[in-house]
Write a protein that binds this ligand. Structure first.
Ligand SMILES: Nc1ncnc2c1ncn2[C@@H]1O[C@H](COP(=O)(O)OP(=O)(O)O)[C@@H](O)[C@H]1O
Ligand SMILES: [Mg+2]
Length: 259
């Protein structure tokens, strides 16, 4: 049997004395598109950080591509791409798009970090994949929000990772960029890449989703969308849950626990 892409068993995380994740277990056996949903503060971002080896559970076991993210950090970082919820890097020096994407490659290299001609080719390829090649020389902070998001995804893809972790990359995106991303993710899926995406609403990525993980400190549900997306399962987590019919499909408006 091949190694599971992700294997999390009974992982619990405490931050500042608060239990943020409790006995979280789930497996991704083979390449798949996994959508993680849950209210604000549910621990979604923390879960991605656990998979990246940035947050260490005080109990449980975590394996990503057969490696331990905490002890095999160096080997894993070339295999996993990450787009944070908000890019908190403030670019005081104006950086060009190509430099931002190149950073994604350079930071994954071990010392000494020598940039090769192939690296520039990888940057070009990643930007082309996101339809941003013509912005190679543009200043990042002069792009629209949607374009910036595409550049950050290109940065995560530049080293051609097997696993891509995305934190709310659809939030506030214009519909053109949204559609562009859906097609990019479709292509990545076809190439056997695994994507774990945290989103507030499942609707835009429903067609891509193989499995949904509903998280609210604990795993509330995990499985096939048709099984997970039931009013009975979601109502306790989303008291403001609404269902609407759109183009003959039933759509869940998850809302939020604070709403
Ligand atoms: N670095 C931190 N220190 C202390 N508490 C944190 C930290 N990061 C997140 N938290 C808390 O952990 C909980 C889960 O946060 P997070 O994983 O960001 O949730 P989500 O992404 O689902 O909104 C929240 O209550 C948040 O306040
Ligand atoms: Mg979050």
């Amino acid at each position: 049997m091949s190694t599971p892409v992700i294997s999390v068993e009974n992982a619990s995380v405490r931050l500042d004395g608060h239990m943020v994740l409790e006995d979280v277990s789930f497996q991704v056996e083979s390449p798949a598109f996994i959508t993680v949903v849950g209210p604000n503060g549910a621990g979604k971002t923390t879960l991605l950080k656990v998979l990246l080896g940035m947050v260490k559970p005080f109990k449980g076991s975590v394996k990503v591509l057969g490696l331990n993210p905490f002890t095999d950090y160096g080997r894993l970082r070339g295999l996993v791409g990450y787009v944070p919820q908000k890019d908190r890097v403030s670019y005081e020096t104006p950086l060009r798009v190509s430099e931002i994407v190149l950073m994604g490659i350079v930071l994954r290299k071990s010392f000494p970090r020598v940039v090769s001609k192939d690296d520039f080719e990888s940057v070009r390829r990643a930007l082309a994949y996101l339809g941003m090649e013509e912005h190679w020389g543009s200043f990042f902070n002069e792009l629209s929000g949607g374009q910036q998001r595409r550049v950050l995804i290109a940065r995560a893809l530049a080293s051609d990772p097997l696993l891509l972790l995305l934190d709310e990359v659809f939030a506030g995106l214009d519909s053109e960029s949204q559609e562009y991303l859906i097609n990019v993710f479709k292509k990545l899926k076809e190439r056997g890449r695994t994507i774990v995406i945290v989103e507030h609403e499942v609707d835009p990525i429903m067609e891509l989703t193989d499995r949904i993980l509903v998280l609210n400190r604990v795993v509330c549900a995990y499985g096939d969308p048709s099984l997970v997306l039931s009013e009975e399962k979601l109502k306790p987590i989303y008291p403001c849950l609404k269902t609407v019919e759109r183009e003959g499909r039933r759509i869940f408006i998850l809302g939020d626990k604070h709403a």
